[in-house]
Design a protein around this ligand. Structure first.
Ligand code: S3P
Ligand code: PEP
Length: 436
């Protein structure tokens, strides 16, 4: 599906972003291996999270949707998963494949997990390596690097693992395998990545200790099912934060946004760029901080985005690049080579598309340099079948006078079904609540 977008718009109204993708995945995973009932409210019914649900159903877990966003999981316990009769399919979802690898490493059966064309090109040795050190047999069946993965769980032993890449998915896979290991399992990170797995393990009765950038999990007899309400996804809210920030005269209230400090790099960057942004009504929801954000448009200047902040905003870089195009002066984004191994090569996709809009942008191996330019022109751009690229380009398109086209934009359903409806609502003046 191609989408035509008319700019130039002022963004107004109130929205609630969709539920957090990372937390929704983890709720299903931990609910499935806990004892008793887990009820998840405001679960994200997007394709990636549904893949995680399907994989656990194939391993015998009873998961029922009460409505589109509420589900009830009858936990199978740590030892209760069944060998799937068919291949597990993670679709487009790196989180599903990598976190499940950790779970499968601890099971007493062999399973195969595959994915779509994009996921089969993403690096999987990064999870295979530590899981093998723990004692599992993990085969990356294509070129020794890529999915399908064949995993034969074994008697695992705890390890201490220094992460060679900043990846919450790898960290989570090792910690989840650690639930099944003899002795303690420790992960040490150079740059702290999102810590939802650690927080949720605690919430389900796990034995987790965090000291700075070091996390240790010790095995427990059982995890206990719990009720969860999923906060709004800051990575989805980011598209609307930037849409408001780059269009002068805009004013948007974004409600119930998850503000876990390992995810809030986008807020720091927008503040550094001179954006008018206020965090209101801070509170806590099952071990995660949430708040409302009030943002007003105009007056952005260029900035530097590099180092420790990168894992705190890795999925927001496509839309931060869009913000940079509308800012005064230069923005430099570095240390972000992980973007090359996401759903698409996001550095290439951003540079190619933003150039079509007339942006001044130089590609770096690990990022980009963008010179702000107010005279952008409408264009036809490509999503590269990558949800975050489609949405970032839609934000650029509504901010440029004229009609632009986003090709293959239906991939937004991977993380944000309803994205275009909410966008239409806020560009119309959005008096109605653009509720997900
Ligand atoms: O753990 C998670 O839920 C995620 C971790 C990140 O990936 P990496 O672990 O590959 O950095 C992020 O890009 C992805 O969208 C979700
Ligand atoms: C990288 C992403 O997800 P995943 O790794 O789960 O495919 C994303 O949502 O931007």
């Amino acid at each position: 599906m191609d989408v035509l977008i008319e700019g130039k718009k002022v963004i107004k109204g109130t929205i609630t972003p969709p539920p957090d993708k990372s937390i929704s995945h983890r709720g299903v995973i931990l609910g499935a291996i806990s004892e008793g009932i887990t009820r998840i409210e405001r679960f994200l019914p997007a394709e990636d999270c549904i893949r995680t649900v399907d994989c656990f159903r194939k391993m015998g877990v009873d998961i029922k949707f009460v409505n589109e966003t509420t589900l009830i999981i009858k936990g199978a316990g740590l030892k209760g998963l069944k060998k799937p009769e068919t291949i597990l399919d993670a679709g487009n979802s790196g989180t599903t494949m990598r976190l499940l690898s950790g779970i499968l490493a601890g099971q007493d059966f062999e399973a195969i997990i595959t994915g779509d064309e994009s996921l089969k090109k993403r690096p999987m040795e990064r999870v295979a390596l530590p899981l093998r050190q723990m004692g599992a047999k993990v085969e990356c069946t294509v070129d020794g690097k890529f999915a399908p993965l064949k995993i034969r769980g074994g008697r695992l032993k705890g390890i201490s693992y220094e992460m060679p890449v900043a990846s919450a998915q790898v960290k989570s896979a090792v910690l989840l395998a650690g639930l099944y290991a003899e002795g303690e399992t420790t992960v040490v990170e150079k740059h702290k990545t999102r810590d939802h797995t650690e927080r949720m393990l605690l919430y389900f009765g796990g034995n987790i200790t965090v000291k700075g950038n070091q996390v240790t999990v010790a095995p427990v007899e059982k995890l206990t099912g719990n009720d969860l309400v999923v906060p709004g996804d800051i990575s989805s809210a980011a598209f609307f934060l930037v849409a408001a920030a780059i269009n002068e005269g805009s004013k948007l209230l974004i409600r119930d946004v998850g503000l876990n400090p390992t995810r809030t790099g986008i807020i720091d960057v927008l503040l550094n760029m001179g954006c008018s942004l206020k965090v209101l009504n801070e509170r806590e929801l099952n071990g995660e901080k949430i708040a409302d954000i009030l943002i007003e448009g105009g007056g952005l200047k260029g900035t530097r985005v590099e180092g420790d902040i990168i894992p705190r905003l890795i999925d927001e870089i496509p839309v931060i690049a869009v913000a940079a195009c509308f800012a005064e002066g230069e923005t430099v984004i570095k240390n972000a080579s992980e973007l090359r191994v996401k759903e698409s090569d996001r550095i290439k996709a951003i540079v190619e598309n933003l150039r079509r809009f007339g942006a001044k942008i130089e590609e770096l191996e690990d990022g980009m340099v963008i010179e702000g330019n107010k005279n952008l022109k409408p264009a036809e751009v490509e999503s590269f079948k990558d949800h975050r690229i489609a949405m970032a380009m839609a934000v650029a398109a509504i901010s440029i006078k004229g009609i632009s086209k986003i090709k293959n934009a239906d991939c937004v359903k991977i993380s944000f079904p309803g994205f275009f409806d909410i966008l239409n609502n806020v560009v119309k003046g959005g008096d109605a609540d653009g509720q997900f």
